[in-house]
Design a protein around this ligand. Structure first.
Ligand code: MG
Length: 229
């Protein structure tokens, strides 16, 4: 009997990769309009190199590329970049198809929901709030709460404690095999691999189930809990 579902946020509930790409494009367009002389494709490639090296939540990527491409800091270009980035990000922050309706269905079935994310608390909550998702979850555990990244058992255990459920009564849904699936499996949760959010072309995810769209969760829960649920 599944009583709780723990969900990863980025690339599971929201298409974070798309969001990031479009936000960066918006920032670059802003800088070029403000007068920065650079090849937008080159700037784009450089920004993602920096993200790869310093993490996806690295906050001063535009300062770095302005210094590199312009030769010194420039606050006009920086303001244009940040404004363009934020506008594009807001426009492209949407859940995957079926996410909202499926979450509501699960809530109606009496299933508790939590988010466990490696994102910093501020960024995770901003995304949840902008999506209007902030009232849907019984618990939200971010890196700022656990101070340990998945697959550490700590963030999962924190969420289970808050939900007051045992691991075997709960299911983890996520796009990252080594973090989401391994971490949850190690403490005895069922695991569901979100194939639609996979950006690594994962071959062996080791999960109990795989879904190609978010609402696939509903079938899994129905099968485990019986038709009545
Ligand atoms: Mg993820």
């Amino acid at each position: 009997m599944i009583r709780a579902i723990i969900l990863d946020l980025d690339n599971t509930l929201v298409d974070f990769s798309l969001l990031k790409r479009q936000a960066v494009r918006g920032g670059i367009t802003g800088m070029l309009e403000a007068g920065l002389k650079a090849d937008p494709e080159e700037v784009y490639r450089r920004i993602f190199e920096i993200y790869e090296a310093k993490g996806w939540e690295y906050q001063t990527v535009f300062d770095d590329v302005i210094a590199e491409f312009h030769g010194s800091h420039n606050y006009k270009y920086l303001a244009a970049a940040i404004t363009g980035y934020k506008k594009s990000r807001e426009a492209s922050l949407t859940p995957y198809p079926g996410v909202y309706a499926s979450l509501i269905t699960l809530i109606k079935q009496g299933i508790k929901l939590a988010v466990v994310s490696d994102a910093p608390g501020r960024e995770a909550w901003l995304r949840l709030y902008q999506l209007n998702f902030h009232h849907l979850f019984d618990a939200v555990v971010t890196y700022s709460d656990s101070m340990e990244l998945k697959p550490s058992p700590k963030p999962f255990q924190l969420a289970l404690d808050k939900l007051e459920v045992r691991p075997e009564e709960s299911m983890m849904v996520g796009d990252w095999a080594e973090r989401d699936m391994t971490g949850a499996k190690n403490i005895g949760m069922l695991t569901v691999f979100a194939r639609y959010g996979d950006i690594f072309d994962t071959k062996d995810h080791g999960a109990d189930y795989e879904i190609s769209a978010f609402d696939g969760i509903l079938d899994i829960v129905r099968n485990l809990n019986g038709e009545k649920a």
